[in-house]
Each structure stands twice: as structure tokens, then as C-alpha cells.
Design a protein around this ligand. Sequence first.
Ligand code: ADP
Ligand code: MG
Length: 727
Amino acid sequence: MNSLKKPKAHSNLSFNNYSMEKEPSALQFGTNVFNESELRQYLNKEAFSKITEAIISGSKIDRILADQIAAAMKNWALSKGATHYTHWFQPLTGATAEKHDAFFDRADTGEPILKFDGDQLVQQEPDASSFPNGGIRNTFEARGYTAWDPSSPAFVYGSTLCIPTIFVSYTGEALDFKTPLLKSIHALDKAATSVCRYFDKNTTRVMATLGWEQEYFLIDKDRAASRPDLILTGRTLMGHESSKGQQLDDHYFGSIPTRVLGFMQELEHECWLLGIPVKTRHNEVAPSQFELAPIYEEANLAVDHNSLLMDIMNRVADKHHFMVLLHEKPFAGINGSGKHNNWSLATNTGVNLLSPGKTPMSNLQFLTFFTSTIAAVLEHEELLRAAIASAGNDHRLGANEAPPAIISVFIGQQLSKVLDDLENVSKGKLSPQEKTDLKLNVVGKIPEILLDNTDRNRTSPFAFTGNKFEFRAVGSNANCAKPMTVLNAMVAERLNQFKIETDALIEKKGMKKDDAIFNVLRDQIKGIKSILFEGDGYSGEWEKLSKKRGLSNNRTTPEALPAFVSKKSITLFESLEILNERELEARYHVDLEEYVMKLQIEARTLGDISRNHIIPTGIRYQNTLIENVKGLKEIYGKDYQKHSKEQMAIIERISQHIAAINTGVNAMIEARKKANILEDIHQKATAYCKEVFPFFHEIRYQCDKLELIVDASIWPLAKYRQLLFMQ
Ligand code: ADP
Ligand code: MG
């Protein structure tokens, strides 16, 4: 019999009135979203076509149209039971932010009215001055504004109409994740569209697409409540490994525990209502670890949906008396959690630019985008690494866990062969024979080849998987906007370069278009070899080889982050008008500060638990043993030593562990004090990384050893086996 623990009494949080008796229905998909069909229904024809145009082209929405949309949105939201509205944004904390206002207002006569017009829809000033801003709001005008993003539809969540917005300072500098993401999407659209037009003049728009795969742990809330580390830091700072972990691989893809399934069903139901196209759910490798993945979407929407998902997960988990852990490494000794970002490019004509096509020409297009992406990753590998750096993700990257901190690209044997063949293309104009041969035997063969390209290297941080690239190094807790902004930007830069080089050959050398493309491709392919790697990304050999190839291996966040403000990165972001130097500096500062604060909180929590929980428990058990030895002495007299050897040894060991824990905590506090007085934030982060963090392992080691010898019935923290195996 499954020890099925029914969720404790439901909390009052009955958002969207879900009841577990109902099977969730995908047919309710998007019911709580003010999407295109709602717009069509609530707006007249002219207004509808104007807003659709504005969404696609990013053109300005005038006041009259904004008023019309606001009225429509309000009526729709009220019909859904909404009482409040909020501008919903993503500040640099990585979480989502909202400040609710009621539709309720009072007319001049004092009568209650429901009010929401274009002004409230388009722009708000939430103040929100406590969000991290990296100094932008200290020196300039302090106000922060949110502004409507019409390309991501509004939705009703609980009883609140949520309007996706950007968050910027009075001086126009970005204070959030969405602003640069939207700009990067625009830059990529422009660059990719102009390259596409070599191949198909009908292409007028290229969209970045994103399908994220969210990994997470789900554990019982009551058990988690005994652990200040989980509550305060989202991960366990100590805890001896369970005798059984993931050795047997019996959790992966196993049958989903009933109680967990209840959580998943409600989560999916909520997602569907909110238009998040979640599709796949399964058990992951580690015990109590799971994954959720949607059908991919346009990148801006996909990012919003992932941010929203993380919020919903916490709420639904709470209702089911679970705690959801989105931390990258909640438990030592078993897998951590990531969030694969599957990324591709889709045209308005319905073509996936990273999917090989049916004709040589469409494959030439595929190869152009495929190799340009790889070239971009090579050029900015250090920046891409920086985009996924965080205190949590440091436990995965560079710590013998998937994937490594060295960025490389896996493309599989067959595509490597295609690239090898293309590398040998003659310089200059191609002979008709060579061109035919290439088109027939190299470029024309790709779809066939890919069919049996089943080899998937799971150790690669950036892998081509048939029709998309899969960026696997993103942390489970991350806001996808950051890695996506970087990826979009660098690919846009590379495509712009591709266009310049190709045009130069056509215009200055009088080459035909396909000759020019073959020539640029050949040179591009020659340049990308050093980032391609098909072997084991975790191996020591790769570490050595990658160093020889000049690739970076920034294992920790303080090592990785400076790439954000390197000359090369500043040029990249400024030339594409995505972020200026000041904004980049501010972000760099915010990230370093976050790193320091996270480690500081962990260090304090570890010190507190060690002293308030672990040492007293050790002493308590030691006292029991001392009592026991005293009793044995009473019974056996002189002979007592023969009967109390084990007890004496344990008493001694407990004293040693206690002493080591205490010494470790003292030394860690001293190291922290020294780090805290450093003025320079990068130096401070480095001190936390190199001087404070190593004590975590030492202290933990001693606590875990103590856990093994102390009476389990008095151990104050839920043990790994209780957290991971009892649902
Ligand atoms: P896995 O990587 O686990 O084998 P899949 O390859 O089926 O799983 O897909 C994983 C994710 O990739 C899904 O979220 C899916 O929607 C997404 N995906 C598939 N095609 C694309 C695409 N063209 N662009 C972006 N994401 C995509
Ligand atoms: Mg995947």
C-alpha cells in the first residue's frame, strides 16, 4: 500500500476555484488570457487591425486606441471575476513583481465606480525603489516606470488582471529583464530577416523561439519546515547522504507518485487556463526530482510563461502541502536541477531556420543559420557562460555535474562531416561541376543524414538536437531572459557580419549569390572548429584540450561575471542598441551583489544551525552516553571499562566533531568579517568565493559525520532519506 498522505486541509487559496475531483482539461487552454480572439471580440475591426499591427511591428499605440483596449480589457477581466489590476514585471531579482490596484474608484459625486483607462494600461509609476538597480536610480532621478508590452497578452490570475510590462528608470535605462530581451529579439529579427532574404524574398520576420524544460524538486512541507537551511536558502547546507540515492536509476521516468501527480494535475490546469502550453511531465533522475516542459513559443512569451510558472508552482505546491525547490543544487550527492533552453528561429513563412529543408537552397539557408549560431557562441563563449552564472548554478557548472563551465557545441558526427566537406570548397567562384556536386552530395543530403543522427551527447552545454540548439547550462532558478538576450544578441551580430561579408563578395567581387554564400560559409566553418566538441564534456582531457583551444573555464560566478562588462560585450550590446555600458555595469554590480548576499545568508544560516541545532544535539546525545557509562560503572565497578569501550569512543568522537564545528564556524565568521569590509564588490565576491565558501564544506563534513552517530530520534533536522523518499 502506498503511504498516501493526503494533502493537509486546503488553504484558502482557491485561485481559479480548482477542485481535484475535476480532471484538468486542456480545452480550457487560454481561458484566462486576453488573447487575439478576445481582442477581436471586444474591439471594432479598425482597432483590432491597428493593435495587431502594433504588436507585430512594435509601432506606437495612440491614446485613443489605448483607451479602447483598456475598456475592452477591463470588461473582459471583470467578466472573469477580477477586482484588481497590476503591471506585472520582472525586476533584476529574477522573480516577478506586482502591485495590485483595485478597479474600484469614486466618482466626483462619491459614487463607487470601476475605472481603468488607457493611462493606467500604458504606463504606471509603481515607485518600487527597493529593487536592485546597480546604482542607476541613486544618482539619477529615482523614479521607476512600468510600460505595457502589448506583445505578451494580459491575463487574469486569481482575482487580478496582470498586464506584462517592462520596467525602466525615468532616464530610460532598463531595470528589468524584459526590456533588453525585447530589444535583442528585435535586433535578431532585423539581422536574420535580411539574411533570409538571400533565400526567400517572402520572409519579412524572424522570431526567436524558446522551449524551456523546468526541473524541480518537490518535498513534504512539514519535513522541510524542520530545516532552516531549506526555508532560508532553498537548499540543504548539511545532511548526510541517504544510503540509497539515485544509484539504481529507479526514479527516472518511473511512475509518478500519486500525491505528486495531484500537484502536477492542478499545476497543469492552472497553466492551461493561463495559456502556458505545458505538455510533458516526468520523474527526473534524482529521487523527488521532476520535470515539466511546454510546447515552444515565441521567446518573449516563453520567458514570461516560465516566470509565471515558477510563481504558480510555489502556490500550487503550498496548497498540496509540498515545498517546491527551484534551487540548482538542493541536495549534495545527487543531481541538481537545470532548465534546458531549447532555442531556434522561425520565419513568418513557417520555416524553422535550424531545421534542414527539402531543397539544396533551403539547406544552404539552414547551414547559414546553423554555422552562424556556432560562430557566435565561439566569439562570445565567455559572455554566454556569464549569462548563466549564479551562486546556485556554481554547484552544477564546474563541479563535476552536468554540464561543465566550459562552453562548447555538440553537433553530432553527420553534421561534422557536412562541415568538413564544405570546408574544402574552392576559394572564389565555384566551377559548375563543383557547385552541382556540392548541392547534390553535401547540401542536398542533410535531411537524410539527420534522420539517423540519434547520438545525443548529454555532457554538452550547447547541443544541436536536430531542429534547435539546446542550451543546457541554464540554472533551474534562472530567469531565461538573460541567457536568451545574450544568445539573440550574439547571433544577431554574427548574422549582420555574414550579410556584410556576403554582400561584399557579390558587389565588389561580382560573385553570384550562391558562390558568395559558399565562400563565406567556408570561412565561417574554418573559424568555428575550436568550439566544436563531441567527446565527454566532464572529462579531464577536455579540460586540458579546451585550454589549448583558448576556451575559457570560469568555474565560479566571480570569475565568470566580468565577461559582461568586457570591451567585446559592451560593443556587442551597444552596437545593437540592447544595453549601454552604464546598464551593463549596473547589471554586473547587481549580479555580484546578489552573489555576495546569497553566500552571506548561507554562511549565517550554516553557522546558526551548527550552533543552535547540531552542537546542542551532539551534547545531548553525549550526555546520554555519559549517563550510560556512569551506570555501567555502578553495575560493573572496576570492570566497567570493558563494557563501555564503544560508548567512550563515541563520546570522544562527538567532542572532536563539536570542536571542529565550532572552530570552523569561528573561522568562517572571521573570514566573513574580512570580506565584508572590502569596498570593491568584485573583490568582495571573490573573497566570499575563495575565503568564506570553503568553510561550508568543512563544517558540513563534521555535522554530517555527527549525524551518523547521534540517536536518530533526537536529530533535529529532517534527514535526506526523509526528505527525498517519503511522499
Ligand atoms: P528532450 O530534449 O527532452 O528530448 P524535445 O527535444 O522533445 O525533448 O524537446 C524539448 C523542448 O524543446 C520542448 O519544450 C520543445 O517544445 C522544445 N522545442 C522543440 N522544437 C523547438 C524549436 N523549434 N524551438 C524552440 N524549442 C523547441
Ligand atoms: Mg532537452
